[in-house]
Design a protein around this ligand. Structure first.
Ligand code: C2E
Ligand code: CA
Ligand code: CA
Length: 703
């Protein structure tokens, strides 16, 4: 039982004779009692009117004015004080029927005067005890009622809440849900209890997202945020979720309560607002605001990655005429068609936006060369040139495009945009339907590059390639032991184009694959022809680009080149760049092993210039290291290079590889290399790369 407050129990004593009241005071002098005195029935009522908190009333019967019976009758008729027990104090012999009258009026006991003080004390003590117990019980009932009222309230809230609520145990098993949960998710209580909240997962959030959420719940006891879940009907929805960990008195988590509201409608309204503010409503392209944001963002990316980025500014030529003659609706249609075509030209991560009117802007990211922007711009112009049908009319449109380049032309949104804009005016001045870079030189370079690329595409078809062969000689005997195949491009307009100029472009455009195949097949045939003519057997070296090596069809092509030419595999060597072997993955190892198993030799070209670790030398089945020309150049002057080259030779020999030095131009280089154990030599000192006839002549001369 809850202890009562340490208040003394109040007893109301009512008597018109002051000496009687005094006597009661001395008899009932007790630390637990407080006596309140009334000298008449009326006075007693007045006191009770103010305060009903009495444990007992001791009431004289005979009093002037209201007597004891009348007073008690009145008290008992008032609900506020009806329950206070009353003991009459009366001289019994004066009125015989007092007792009956007393009980009728509502008293519960009688004490006759003169009374025995001990008897009165015992009686009062008994009543006070009953009163105390009664009061305690009443208090508990009130408390219990309050708890049940609160529980009732909580369950009503739970039942009628607009928010979905679920309660799980610590193992995340759902113990209960409310009707709103059923309504929002579509899952009934039967389908939910015993499952985990994973039931609702949309799969849109990463494991990291949930991890962070639980980290926060474990640390702070709660979490709230936006989350995407899935309803029973498969539809996803946005909810605002709050999770609270419920703890017991010992501080241990016993339950989790998750409450959420469906904010899909709110979110889509927000998205609509965002869309309105960031997109153009005619073309649905990003508008100027979003363009600026994206450009800003891409600039910081480009700065970090040290990559090249281009901004374009495009204006349609004579758009106003179309608008004026065919009307605004036709003008809008035209803008939509233009935007479709621009989107078609752009690469995945590029942006095309509408600046307003007939002006479009865009960002091209991650360019290898500034000139690549020109390729895209050119594609835009040619796509725009196709006729456009507007209702019954067919119109032709062209555009002027200005390009600016980060970092060359500027570092920030404003300067790059304004420079692209200026370049666009130059394009207009230059007669429209063209593009211009902000920098003239860049324009010239880009034109050249575009020309080079389109010429390269036709080079095989037009038979413009030719193979040269550079002899490789044994350092000691000075006999030719092999030759490296080097491609030459005789372009009718441009003359001889160095492979250093077109091989990188061929690699970027993927043209290296057909070109490389042509080289391999032609070289194998040539080597076979020489063999058939009775020349000594030489090892044929062919350069291999990593693009070729990684192609699915490469092995098949390699087989075919050997098979079709009839050249034994043992007479072929592939020169690999370090770029190929820097990937020490299963694919690379397996493919190299297959090539090796065929009997083909493998050489590492340009050794020492790459970024790979030395470990691949052990892991891959190699035959030869080719020391790069840059080390050979200084081998007689630079002490460091000498040490490096000597180390390379030792390393190769330790790994059972032979070593060849390329770019040997001088006698003293040859001598030093021979002296230091280099096995073979290639370079102008012995011979430049030679066309077929010249190479044949050299071999004849050697014989
Ligand atoms: P690379 O594989 O390092 O070829 C050696 C280059 O050095 C050749 O230039 C060769 O002519 C040149 N060279 C040889 N000896 C000397 C010398 O003593 N002094 C000087 N200054 N140069 C010498 P080239 O033919 O211009 O080829 C350049 C690069 O183009 C080659 O470098 C190779 O990476 C690539 N390449 C050439 N032909 C092909 C090919 O058929 N396929 C592939 N994938 N790449 C090729
Ligand atoms: Ca080479
Ligand atoms: Ca080389």
């Amino acid at each position: 039982m809850m202890p009562l407050t340490q208040q003394r129990c109040k007893i109301l004593t009512v008597d018109d004779t002051p000496s009687n009241l005094l006597a009661l005071q001395s008899v009932l002098d007790h630390k637990d009692y407080e006596l309140i005195e009334a000298s008449s029935g009326e006075a007693a009522l007045e006191i009770l009117f103010q305060d009903q908190d009495f444990a007992l009333i001791l009431m004289d019967v005979q009093m002037p004015g209201m007597n004891g019976f009348e007073t008690v009758s009145f008290i008992k008729s008032r609900p506020q004080c009806a329950s206070i027990p009353v003991i009459f104090l009366t001289a019994i012999n004066k009125e015989k029927n007092h007792i009956d009258q007393g009980y009728e009026s509502g008293a519960i006991d009688f004490v006759t005067k003169p009374y025995d003080p001990v008897f009165l004390q015992a009686k009062v003590a008994a009543f006070i005890e009953i009163y105390t117990v009664h009061k305690q019980l009443k208090l508990e009932i009130i408390q219990r009622e309050e708890v049940s009222r609160q529980l009732d309230l909580a369950s009503r809230v739970f039942e009628h809440a607009g928010e979905g609520i679920m309660i799980t145990n610590t193992a995340m098993v759902i113990e209960t849900i409310n009707p709103a949960f059923e309504e929002i998710t579509g899952y009934s209580i039967q389908e939910t209890v015993g499952k985990t909240p994973g039931l609702l997962s949309s799969g849109r959030h990463s494991a990291g997202f949930y991890q962070a959420m639980w980290d926060e719940i474990n640390a702070k006891g709660n979490w709230e945020g936006e989350i995407c879940n899935r309803r029973k009907n498969g539809e996803t929805y946005q909810e605002w979720l709050k999770i609270v960990a419920v703890k017991n008195k010992a501080g241990e988590v016993i339950n989790y309560i998750g409450s959420f509201s469906d904010i899909t409608a709110h979110t889509s309204a927000r998205q609509r607002l965002y869309h309105l503010a960031h997109y153009d409503n005619v073309t649905e392209l990003p508008n100027r605001v979003l363009f600026n944001d994206v450009l800003e963002h891409e600039l910081s990316n480009a700065r970090r990655r040290k990559s090249i980025l281009a901004v374009f500014f495009m204006d349609l030529d004579h758009f106003k005429d179309i608008n004026d003659t065919l009307g605004h609706a036709a003008g809008d249609e035209l803008l939509k068609e233009v935007s479709k075509r621009l989107l078609f030209c752009k690469r995945d991560n590029d942006l095309v936006a509408r600046q307003g009117g007939d002006e479009f802007t865009g960002v091209m990211v991650d360019l290898k060369h500034a000139e690549d922007a020109a390729i895209v711009a050119k594609r835009m112009l040619s796509l725009l040139a196709a006729p456009i049908t507007l209702g019954t009319d067919t119109v032709h449109i062209s555009a002027s495009i200005g390009l600016s380049i980060f970092p060359n032309d500027g570092e920030d949104v404003a300067s790059l945009t304004s420079k692209a804009d200026t370049a666009m005016y130059h394009a207009k001045e230059a007669g429209r339907n063209n593009f211009q870079f902000h920098t003239e030189q860049m324009y010239q370079d880009s034109i050249q590059r575009i020309e080079l690329e389109s010429n390269l595409r036709n080079a095989i078809k037009h038979n413009e390639f030719e193979l040269y062969y550079q002899p490789q000689i044994d350092a000691k005997s000075k006999n030719i032991i092999g030759m490296e195949t080097l491609i030459r491009w005789n372009q009718p307009d441009m003359g001889m184009v160095s492979p250093a100029d077109f091989i990188p472009l061929a690699e970027e455009t993927g043209l290296i694959v057909p070109i490389g195949e042509w080289v391999l097949r032609t070289a194998c045939q040539q080597a076979k022809v020489w063999q058939d003519k009775g020349f000594p057997t030489l090892l044929l070296s062919v350069n291999l680009s990593s693009h070729q090596f990684r192609k699915k069809e490469f092995m098949q092509m390699l087989h075919a080149a050997l098979h079709d030419s009839g050249l034994p595999a043992e007479q072929l060597q592939l020169e690999l760049t370090e770029r190929i072997i820097m990937h020490e993955d299963d694919f690379t190892i397996a493919r190299l092993q297959k090539i090796h198993d065929l009997g083909i030799h493998l050489s590492i070209d340009d050794f020492g210039t790459g970024y790979s670790s030395m470990s691949y030398l052990k892991r891959f089945p190699l035959n030869e290291l080719k020391i790069d020309k840059s080390f050979v150049d200084d081998v007689c002057e630079d002490g460091d290079d000498r040490v490096i080259v000597a180390a390379m030779i030792n390393l190769a020999h330790a790994l059972n590889l032979s070593v060849i030095a390329e770019g040997v131009e001088q006698k003293n280089q040859l001598d030093w290399l021979e002296c230091n154990g280099c096995d073979a030599i290639q370079g102008y000192y012995f011979s430049r790369p030679l066309a077929v006839d010249a190479f044949e002549a050299l071999m004849l001369q050697q014989q």
